[in-house]
Design a protein around this ligand. Structure first.
Ligand SMILES: Cc1cc2nc3c(=O)[nH]c(=O)nc-3n(C[C@H](O)[C@H](O)[C@H](O)COP(=O)(O)OP(=O)(O)OC[C@H]3O[C@@H](n4cnc5c(N)ncnc54)[C@H](O)[C@@H]3O)c2cc1C
Length: 289
């Protein structure tokens, strides 16, 4: 299997910055995220505090980052990482349905807004999934619930409706949906996920219950503790030192996910540090062999 030097997860300013530095330092990287980079860049109306780019619109800032990646021939692998496993000497990263290996991992996944739904964390792998592409085959001909936190999750719901018996879609955002009539839309925020008897998961939302064989919770980011088993976290954040090293050897983190203040320039700066630390970690490991 092909092995990367560094897998960088997240395409906000932190991940993009890490990818730029790691590439300049000649490392073989895989940058995983979205071709649109980050919804938080697109939403930025006018950014007044990024040095060298005064009063820049979020969209223009995004285009400048994309251009910088292009100039260095860095491509974005558009997918979602659903798990990162430390194997001791290397990492095994689940990307869609594939497992990809790397010597080091940089987590730049942005902060997860809000808490997980009650019961969600306990039922991961026992009916709760974060990846339609990976787990849809498990629910062929069965009933599923999709909890979509942004409009782009509608594509996942459409895909699931082609594979499963039925899809109930919780729309946890404002605006219109563009879903086929076969998908039942519920416009409320689920309060709890639980297992009842041998059948199924039940979602309580505003007093109603909905049953299904599985639940897909689809949001921009999953909590870091769920993404990387064994990772030390504090609230919504990953614990890091000044080198952006996490509690797991070879795993670094940067940007909003490591704590306040939530700012573009802080994220970009930390992405740079995380990349340099990952480069140092890899070089030291190879010298010792
Ligand atoms: C409306 C708005 C306006 C703002 N204005 C300003 C401003 O003027 N100045 C300022 O300094 N800051 C501003 N901010 C804050 C700024 O947007 C954030 O601090 C910054 O985007 C954080 O960058 P990041 O790279 O850490 O994470 P993010 O930008 O959140 O990017 C994280 C990326 O990781 C991806 N990702 C997450 N999980 C996975 C996974 N499992 N697999 C693959 N990809 C994954 C996400 O899809 C996303 O692309 C604003 C924020 C908002 C919401």
């Amino acid at each position: 299997m092909e092995r990367y030097d560094i897998i960088i997860i997240g395409t906000g300013p932190a991940g993009v910055s890490a990818a730029i530095t790691a590439t300049i330092r000649n490392k073989k990287i895989m940058l995983i995220g979205s071709k649109d980079l980050s919804s938080k860049i697109a939403q930025g109306h006018t950014i007044e505090n990024y040095p060298g780019l005064p009063s820049i619109a979020g969209a223009d800032f995004g285009n400048a980052l994309k251009k910088h990646l292009e100039n260095l021939n860095i491509s974005i692998h558009e997918d979602r990482v659903s798990a990162v496993y430390s194997m001791g000497d290397y990492f095994s990263v689940q990307v869609g349905q594939d497992m990809i290996e790397a010597d080091s991992v940089i987590l730049a996944t942005g902060v997860v807004a809000g808490k997980p739904i009650n019961g969600e964390s306990e039922l991961v792998g026992r009916g709760v999934s974060y990846c339609a592409t990976c787990d849809a085959p498990l629910y062929r001909g069965k009933d599923v619930i999709v909890i979509g936190y942004s409009q782009k999750e509608e594509e996942e719901a459409r895909f699931l409706s082609e594979v499963t018996n039925s899809v109930t879609y919780f729309q946890v955002y404002k605006g219109e949906t563009h879903l086929p009539e076969s998908i039942k839309i519920v416009q409320s925020r689920p309060s709890e996920i639980k297992h009842v008897g041998d059948k199924n998961i039940v979602v309580d939302a505003e007093g109603n219950t909905y049953e299904a064989d599985g639940i897909f919770v689809l949001r921009d980011a999953i909590s870091p503790g769920q993404l990387v088993p064994g990772l030390k976290t504090e609230g919504a954040h990953i614990v890091v030192d000044r080198n952006m090293a996490t509690s797991i050897n070879g795993c670094f983190a940067c940007g909003d996910i490591v704590g306040l203040p939530y700012q573009y320039i802080k994220s970009a700066g930390e992405g740079n540090i995380a990349a340099l630390s990952a480069v140092g970690y890899i070089d030291k490991k190879r010298l010792a062999k």
